[in-house]
Design a protein around this ligand. Structure first.
Ligand code: DGL
Length: 265
């Protein structure tokens, strides 16, 4: 059981921010990543479609014998978690609760901003998760659909990204939030730029780091950590254009990427 891989899945490439955090935090664990590069982005699709895709990916990873499933994609976590949990025989962790917990722990004023894809923001999943932990919290949400393509383009420090970010963040800045949840896989790559626009005193909550911490705690609690001293195996399954996944994935991961498999669902 302990040698079985952790299954991490995303709508495409963005979940590699979670993989990176997992590799750093849990360097002995085998990981199988699924990125639906043929159908990304999910964040602008309907709840029905996102549920259908999430069910297919869950079944795929369950068949690959994973010991834990991590929903790296905020959009799927926001609108398809019951579907995923129903199909999974192993524990399921997702990014929203992880980030909500960290945001509540770090915010002093309890005025918390949340940014994400339109599907995530419309679902109100972050507001619900934060309110369950802190009734007094006031949440200001903003969908930022243009952030996904600019990140995929590699425009982490680009004037166009700065302009877009200033426009999107106007409201959360005006509401004087002290904490901003980066509620999308792609946003951690914009951290320095978002920090510059929000100001140095604002806490940015990175769902990737929060997720890795929770995964480590669960493996420890359940006694599921990999005890083998062998170099871990990493496998990346994608549904289209593996070479693009490799190119952008290396940027997300900050290291060379191999072992990419093209799969059909
Ligand atoms: N992975 C998605 C998320 O975290 C962003 C990309 C998409 O829209 O599919 O919300």
């Amino acid at each position: 059981m302990n040698n079985r891989p952790i299954g991490v899945f995303d709508s495409g490439i963005g979940g590699m921010t979670v993989v990176r955090a997992l590799m750093e935090r849990l360097p002995l664990e085998n990981i199988i990543y699924f990125g639906d590069t043929a159908r990304v982005p999910y964040g602008i699709k309907s709840v029905e479609t996102i549920n259908q895709y999430a069910a297919q990916i869950t079944s795929f990873l369950v068949k690959r014998n994973v010991k834990l499933l991590i929903v790296a994609c905020n959009t799927m976590a926001a609108v398809a978690l019951p579907t995923i949990k129903k199909l999974s025989k192993v524990p399921v962790l997702e990014v929203i609760e992880a980030s909500a917990r960290q945001a509540v722990a770090e915010s002093r004023s309890k005025a918390i901003g949340v940014i994400g894809t339109p599907a995530t923001i419309n679902s109100n999943a972050y507001a619900r998760a934060i309110h369950l932990l802190e009734k007094e919290a006031i949440i200001y949400s903003q969908a930022c659909p243009l952030f996904v393509p600019v990140v995929e383009e590699g425009w982490f420090d680009h004037e166009a990204t700065r302009l877009i970010a200033r426009e999107y963040l106007k409201t959360v800045i005006a509401e004087k939030v002290d904490t901003l949840v980066l509620g999308c896989t792609h946003y951690p790559l914009l951290k320095p730029l978002l920090q510059e626009i929000m100001g140095p005193q604002i806490r940015l909550i990175d769902s990737a780091e929060a997720m890795a911490g929770i995964a480590a705690a669960l493996l420890k609690k359940e006694g599921l950590g990999n005890t083998s001293r062998q170099k871990p195996d990493y496998l990346f399954c994608v549904t289209d254009v593996p070479h693009r996944f490799q190119m952008i994935g290396e940027r997300f991961l900050g290291r060379a990427l191999s072992n990419i498999e093209l799969v059909r669902l």
